[in-house]
Ligand binder design. Structure first.
Ligand code: SF4
Length: 325
């Protein structure tokens, strides 16, 4: 299957001054990540806040320029696009964000909110054809057609997220960037929205980049999973490999945290500041299996099975050692 999105050695570094007169120092928010998303599949990016997930999403959505690296969408490197090309290309890539309320203008009726991208991109010549497209989109996301006359504050959180999805679908995108799409919703509503997203993917052949701190959400939706820590992948692989045969101690701790009655302790302590990342393996300050080598020698991301890559010196023994600990 050919990749619809291909990311190569993507980096984002911000200069950050320490103190009022301090010299700017580099903060490596994303420190060289590569992955492919075949058309019609979902790549799940999981990690704590500060791991680089949202910066990655912003670069893919062209809301931030990368410091270096390539983002190839449907065969075109979008990092080299001029602003006019970006505008046209933006139709193909649409975001669905965490908080639907802040993404929807409170003074606009739902019909107008969904219709807005059609007007901006001039895809429909007249009002009647836009109205019929809005009706089609409301059907697609399971909202009644009379929802077009309501305001966002007259709807529940789940209904508002359906409106945000309808708006994102209006321009017939091929890639949707789903940034924590259900984390602001009640657990009972989360499954409905995730099922809707999966159903839309099947019907429309959509490709998803899903970002979440919640491994249960990532596991339910994804074809491939990448675990980010301080801007780097510590483990990447097919969903089945990640969920049943994870090897990095950080992935094992995330899985344990999402598994009731797991014997593996959750990861302790805070993620270190990306301004002062630990030397050697950057996870060593929180790793229960760390030894001397880990404190000085950074592990490379190496293949341990087809498509399954792990950045740990001891990937062959981590599962057994974690379970025995
Ligand atoms: Fe832990 Fe060492 Fe593996 Fe890093 S390289 S994850 S510190 S065991």
């Amino acid at each position: 299957m050919s990749a619809f999105l291909s990311v190569r050695d993507l980096r984002k570094t911000y200069p950050v001054a320490r103190g009022l007169f301090g010299r700017p120092e580099p903060l490596h928010a994303v420190a060289g990540i590569s992955f492919d998303i075949p058309a019609g599949t979902t790549f799940g990016l999981v990690g704590e806040s500060g791991s680089g997930k949202t910066t990655t999403a912003k670069m893919i959505m062209a809301a931030e320029d990368p410091t270096s690296g390539q983002i190839v969408v449907d065969g075109q490197d979008i990092t080299t696009h001029k602003p006019t090309e970006r505008f046209a290309f933006r139709r193909l890539l649409q975001p669905v964000l965490q908080d639907p309320y802040s993404a929807l203008s409170p003074r606009m009726r739902i019909g107008r909110i969904i219709d807005e991208p059609l007007r901006i991109h001039r895809t429909h010549r007249d009002k009647a054809s836009r109205e019929s497209r809005v009706a089609e989109l409301l059907d697609a996301v399971g909202l009644p057609r009379n929802a077009a006359d309501r305001f966002p504050n007259e709807m529940s959180g789940g209904q508002r997220q359906r409106v945000a999805i309808a708006r994102a679908l209006s321009l017939e995108p091929r890639l949707m960037v789903l940034d924590e799409p259900v984390s602001a919703l009640d657990v009972s509503i989360q499954a409905q929205i995730l099922n809707l997203l999966r159903d839309l993917q099947d019907r429309l052949g959509l490709t998803y980049l899903l970002i979440s701190h919640d491994l249960a959400v990532i596991g339910f939706m994804s074809t491939q999973i990448g675990v980010l820590y301080l801007g780097r992948f510590v483990e990447v692989g097919p969903k089945a490999a990640l969920l049943t045969d994870a090897r990095h101690p950080y992935s094992l701790a995330l899985i344990a945290a999402a598994t009731p009655h797991s014997r593996v302790p959750p990861v302790s302590g805070e993620i270190p500041s990306p301004l002062a990342p630990p030397p050697g393996c950057q996870f060593h300050t929180r790793c229960p299996l760390a030894r001397d080598r880990c404190r000085s020698e950074p592990p490379s991301l190496r293949t341990i099975a087809p498509g399954h890559l792990v950045a740990c010196h001891y990937a062959e023994t981590t599962r057994r050692e974690t379970e025995d600990a």
